[in-house]
Design a protein around this ligand. Structure first.
Ligand code: MCA
Ligand code: AMP
Length: 505
């Protein structure tokens, strides 16, 4: 019975006794071990009553079992909904409620807080800990290591990824089997992945980059991964000699460059370094080549679209650009006001269309219609231009977004919390350059007349509501916000005023 995503990424490896996941402690999991774990989970999930199309919300630490749960959802036709481990209970409640998840899988440490929420929302709850233990593994342990794969078509939903927006309300991006599979297959070809590849995997597996790019590409190629729980400089340096390739956000590469152990010798055997999720400074690209002799391959994607463009594997990887549209992806630069395609070289908004582009936002037809045109073009909110050789340069954003260490942060979400605090009249949240994270969050507050907001209490309130990576690293109090003649807050003026706040001394 066909299930394109499961068959092409996982099923093809059935019975293989070659390593799929190599763990930092030296142990390894073969494809067969991995698929057996996945099948047991799939049996457990279906016996618990889950049916094709049901959503499974997952907030767990990175582990082989976390990945097996993704495979299990694919095999059972369930919609996998991975969630950042940094999200607070407040944030999680929204995702569980909005998605109508039938099952929540969380770390044992969160069960007390999440169980009442799951119950209120009518979802079951299971635990999966970083070491693979928990009620999910216990329940699945005695079940069959084979599972009759559930029939699906390419247009069926495979995953939801939540992405925030300018209104501060997160939207569930609905990704189909075809979206994920077409992109993985394209990237395998473009980046020349084969079964000989060993990918150093230090990204989280709850976002596109670590899950649908790094993992799916390795699976589609039949390669293996050195599966690190997180980015740890010492561990990366220790395991680089066993790898052929690595994918990371720019912070990975700037941190490596700051370490003198990261040398040409250490990387001479490597085939490929890929960067994405945030702009890689041309300066980092150049320093990396000087140090290692490798040119980082930069690509550009989004949660809603997976990967859109890539620098070439063969041919010039041009610093400061994101390369060319991937095969099958149409990309145009348009006038943000009229939507008309602009002449070659002009700066405008980037729109993309292709098999990679998502199906829309879950139960948000107006938001979908505002960003996804009827002819299939998705308005990315990024600003860019083609250069004379057809390379795409991303020059800015037409959306109020901060990217810190590869994580997206929508200022509105933070402003809503800040505006709600005692003695705060209004606020503006901006991103300023940061040497490690690329950008970081700064909150500007205007107090009510003759009042003095308590900044410590405000930080506490932020902590209660929002994931740590979204917290302002600095709060600034101003008498008023700069505004243009239309009354709109001029965030560019604020960004300019505080641009050197985190500059190295
Ligand atoms: C951790 N912290 C952060 C971040 N990460 N703060 C701001 N931005 C971050 N990205 C917090 C920690 O909670 C900690 O808080 C403090 O900052 C310092 O943590 P540190 O130990 O330095 O951080 P880390 O644990 O080493 O993590 C940094 C990291 C990580 C390795 C850059 O954030 C990471 O793996 N980022 C990758 C994100 C990613 O996968 N993005 C892809 C999205 P405290 O002060 O309490 O100690 S997919 C996407 O964007 C599209 C589709 C695409 O094109 O790929
Ligand atoms: P997300 O919402 O997490 O999917 O992040 C997508 C956004 O990350 C894009 O809209 C871009 O603004 C940004 N992005 C991803 N890759 C790159 C890149 N190589 N250069 C610049 N920005 C990027």
């Amino acid at each position: 019975m066909p299930n394109p995503l499961f068959d092409s990424l996982f099923g093809i490896h059935a019975g293989k006794t070659t390593s799929f996941l190599r763990l930092p402690d030296g142990s390894a999991l073969t494809h067969r071990d991995f698929l057996e774990k996945a099948a047991k989970f799939a049996n457990f999930l279906t016996q618990a009553g889950l049916k094709a199309g049901d959503r499974v919300a997952v907030q767990v630490q990175k582990s082989p079992e976390a990945l097996a749960l993704y495979a299990a959802c694919a095999q059972a036709g369930l919609v996998f909904l991975p969630l950042n481990t940094a999200y607070t209970v407040d944030e999680l409640s929204y995702f569980i409620e909005n998605s109508g998840a039938s099952l929540v899988v969380c770390d044992g440490k969160s069960i007390q807080e999440l169980a009442p929420i799951a119950e209120r929302l009518g979802a079951n709850i299971e635990t999966l800990n970083a070491d693979g233990s928990g009620s999910l593994s216990e329940g699945a342990g005695g079940l069959s290591p084979t599972f009759a794969t559930v029939d699906r078509t390419g247009s069926d939903l495979a995953a939801f990824l939540y992405t925030s927006g300018t209104t501060g309300r997160s939207k569930g991006a609905m990704l189909t089997q075809d979206n994920l599979l077409s992109n993985a297959e394209t990237l395998v070809k473009e980046w020349r992945f084969t079964e000989k590849d060993v990918l150093l995997h230090a990204l989280p597996v709850f976002h596109t980059h670590g899950l649908f790019v790094a993992t799916n590409v390795t699976l589609a190629a039949g390669g293996s991964m050195i599966f690190m729980p997180k980015f740890d400089l010492d561990e990366i340096i220790a395991h680089l000699p066993e790898a052929t390739s690595m994918m990371g956000v720019p912070t990975f590469y700037t941190r490596l460059l700051h370490d003198q152990r990261f040398t040409k010798e250490l990387t001479s055997h490597m085939r490929l370094f890929v960067s994405g999720s945030a702009p890689l400074l041309a300066e980092t690209h150049v320093l990396f080549e000087q140090r290692t002799g490798h040119r980082i391959l930069e690509r550009y994607g989004m949660t809603e679209t997976n990967m859109n463009t890539s620098n070439p594997y063969d041919g010039e990887r041009r610093a400061g650009t994101v390369g060319f549209p991937l095969p099958g992806v149409d990309l145009k630069i348009t006038d943000p006001e009229s939507g008309a395609t602009l002449p070659q070289g002009d700066i405008g908004q980037i729109e993309v269309r292709g098999p990679n582009v998502f199906k829309g936002y879950w139960q948000m037809p107006e938001k979908t219609a505002a960003e996804l045109r009827e002819d299939g073009f998705f308005i990315t909110g990024d600003l860019g231009r083609f250069d004379d050789d057809g390379y795409i340069h991303i020059v800015g954003r037409n959306k109020d977004l901060i990217i810190s260490g590869g994580y997206n942060i929508y200022p509105k979400e933070i402003e809503i919390v800040l505006d709600d605090q005692p003695y705060v009249l209004e606020s503006a949240v901006i991103g300023v350059p940061h040497p490690d994270f690329g950008e970081t969050v700064v909150g500007v507050l205007v107090p009510e007349k003759d009042a003095t907001p308590d900044l410590d209490a405000i930080q506490e309130a932020v902590t209660a509501h929002l994931a740590r990576f979204k917290h302002p690293r600095k709060l600034i109090v101003l008498d008023e916000l700069p505004r243009n003649t239309m009354g709109k807050v001029q965030k560019n003026v604020l960004r300019d005023a505080y641009k050197d706040m985190f500059a190295p001394a």
